[in-house]
Design a protein around this ligand. Sequence first.
Ligand SMILES: Nc1ncnc2c1ncn2[C@@H]1O[C@H](COP(=O)(O)OP(=O)(O)OP(=O)(O)O)[C@@H](O)[C@H]1O
Length: 418
Amino acid sequence: MGMFQRDRQVFADAQPLDDSYEPEDIRERDEELEKYQRALQPIIDNRPTSNIFLYGKTGTGKTVATKFMLSHLENDAAEYDDVDLSTVWVSCENLSSSYQVAVALVNEIRKSQNRDRISTTGYSQQRVFDILYEELDALGGTVVIVLDEIDNIGNSDDILYGLPRARSNGYVGDVRPVIIGISNDFQFRDNLSPKVKDTLAEKEILFPPYDANQLRPILEPRAEKAFYDGILDGDVVPLCAAFAAQDTGSARQAIRLLREAGELAQAEDVDTVTEEHVRDAQDELEKNQLYEGMQELTTQGHAVLCALAYRQALNKVPVRSRDLYERYVKICDRLDADSVSERRVRDHLSDMNMLGLISVYERNEGLSAGRYHEYELDVPLNAVLEVLLSTNRFEEVANIIRSTADDNNLLQSDISDY
Ligand SMILES: Nc1ncnc2c1ncn2[C@@H]1O[C@H](COP(=O)(O)OP(=O)(O)OP(=O)(O)O)[C@@H](O)[C@H]1O
């Protein structure tokens, strides 16, 4: 028998469970789509159109709804000779300023016309804005500008001031820019500068998290396409919907869970995807999330985690923040890194608590000692060491912690066990 044999096939077509898949219809968002349609309608009527901002947590359908609405808008606009519409879509995920967003917009417009890109550095902000205005002018008509994950620009919000006023300020001629901003951060609007708030004059559409009853019909058509008939136990889709609803209310999470459950069944070479596979998939995704959470910490975050791992390796946890701070400063010295204040270290600890990486206990010793916090890891030490060992700069310290833990017999569990 050969080493590789074809597994029993669970997936008829895995594409519907992929992040890039575009569903045929958007389910359970009738109200939001109706608002969206009303907000975009003036474009077809050649009336002034407000900017539109969509707010909602990750996986709540903001992007898919926008793609859906814009594709209808483009098709329908083509029916009217006097409606001149273009759309430009920029993800601000890796952009942190208005300057970078303006460059990205210019380059997106140029890419769609097979023209050379401009450099991402070397201009003044005003010069980049001017180039953008020239590009918009050349497009003419209504230009819908989608700024996905717009919250990444933080306080550098000049572009949200410049674009809406470009026409009234005479920077552009016969072109009407309409901004669609998409954000996970509900505070984003509050934190905009007052002049931007005034100028934007936007319509807001909120995308609340999905509940289980909404996630089921979102999952069902994908499940039908993705799996062979009769492969899914009846409980599988409802359970994926329930787990994702309880946790984040994200359709993305529910879809990932379904895919992971299918992959586990496929790996086991069994005929049916069961509730048990969903439970195992949930555990697996949680682990990945924690692992990613640890990997994505900043150097300071890693140093704090390292200090806590050291205490854990000595079996001296839970630890008070001042003792932990001492260890943290020593680690920074060893790494030749600057250390931050004890207060900032406590901020890092509270972030890590939110990520589920550590536990925090509040102690109250009455008048004599007062109130204080103690900390310990909430993930296995081995998992933390795995991350630190793969992080530049921390390898040496992580090896020391590992041998300390070994001496104390604290490393029995393998990372795959957590
Ligand atoms: N109502 C829905 N009907 C069908 N599929 C949906 C629906 N809502 C979300 N999805 C699917 O869930 C996944 C996540 O949705 P989407 O990317 O639109 O979320 P988002 O709110 O833009 O999230 P993020 O802020 O992380 O970008 C996508 O695969 C999308 O196709």
